[in-house]
Design a binder for this molecule. Structure first.
Ligand SMILES: NC(=O)c1ccc[n+]([C@@H]2O[C@H](COP(=O)([O-])OP(=O)(O)OC[C@H]3O[C@@H](n4cnc5c(N)ncnc54)[C@H](OP(=O)(O)O)[C@@H]3O)[C@@H](O)[C@H]2O)c1
Length: 271
């Protein structure tokens, strides 16, 4: 199983999903994020891209494939499990459906799309998590994690679960110190933080003077500055671009270094 340094996100790609996943892989992305949530993700069309990639000679273990179990309130009428069954049965059915969609027998990382209970985890969250642990124990999943989580929920999962989360996937707002509280729990427990909406949740910062000056200094785009900065913070970024030039630009953000004062400045840019 590879350790990814950038993840291609497949939400909202609709009928272009297969084509865009193929372009992302050809551009150099080695990790793909999807979900068993037809409302936002065409997981079967991700699977079609994977089949084409494997047929073209790519090996399964050169890719990191991540998908998610989505609680009922995250679905429209297309629910990939029987909601009248127990939560454990829902997770198993959704997972089996994801395997079929993706044409795989192993998922590198399986995420709980979001907790059921707020602000603390509740019994539903634990029931789902235990089934994810069971699937991992059966060798069908490499790692488990949680998305859209707050620091208290994450801490309790990290402390109390038999199998700790390996990954968190959160929307990363500059105005919250780039999700500083959740990242701090991640650091404490050795959890990898995946950041999404780095560009779209922070458009003022992307367009702002600080980022523009750094982009000019390093001859990079403002988006590359944001991605590079995120990596310096230890964030594993997601990129959801539909533009092949932007995909390559995103990956090329790994090729330069910001100075420590610049990282400190960007850390507080929206404080
Ligand atoms: N767990 C969750 O609840 C959750 C929620 C939302 C998203 N996600 C995941 O995160 C992935 C990414 O979503 P996101 O919101 O973070 O998308 P994103 O990549 O931040 O934003 C996409 C937007 O940014 C533009 N963009 C991307 N790269 C660019 C670049 N290098 N230069 C200029 N513009 C660029 C895109 O335009 P172009 O298409 O023109 O490049 C598009 O308008 C999703 O696909 C999904 O996998 C997860």
């Amino acid at each position: 199983m590879i350790t990814p340094s950038f993840i291609y996100g497949t939400a909202w790609k609709e009928e272009r999903t297969t084509e865009l996943v193929e372009l992302a892989i050809a551009s150099g992305f080695k990790a793909i994020d999807t979900a068993g949530q037809p409302k936002h993700y065409q997981e079967d069309l991700v699977g079609a891209a994977l089949i084409n990639a494997f047929n073209a000679g790519l090996s399964r273990d050169s890719l990191f494939i991540q998908t998610k179990f989505t609680p009922l309130d995250g679905h429209d009428e297309r629910v990939p499990y029987d909601p009248s069954k127990t939560l454990a049965a829902q997770v198993r059915q959704s997972f089996e459906n994801s395997l079929a969609n993706l044409g795989l027998d192993f998922i590198d990382c399986y995420l709980l799309h979001g907790p059921y209970s707020h602000p603390y985890l509740g019994s539903s969250d634990w029931e789902v998590w235990r089934e994810m642990e069971t699937l991992l124990g059966e060798g069908k999943i490499g790692a488990i994690g949680i998305s859209n989580v707050n620091p208290m929920q994450l801490r309790s999962l990290a402390v109390e679960a038999d199998i700790k989360p390996s990954y968190v996937q959160n929307r990363c707002y500059a105005s919250r110190g780039w999700d500083a509280e959740v990242r701090s729990v991640c650091e404490e427990f050795g959890i990898v933080y995946q950041g999404f909406s780095l560009l779209t949740a922070n458009s003022d910062v992307v367009r702002g003077e600080t980022v523009s000056k750094l982009a000019a200094k390093y001859d990079k785009t403002p988006q590359q500055v944001i991605y590079r900065f995120a990596m310096h913070l230890g964030i594993l970024p997601l990129c959801g671009s539909t533009n092949v030039a932007h995909m390559s630009e995103a990956l090329a953000a790994e090729s330069f270094e910001l100075e420590s004062e610049e990282i400190a400045l960007l850390s507080k840019v929206a404080a």
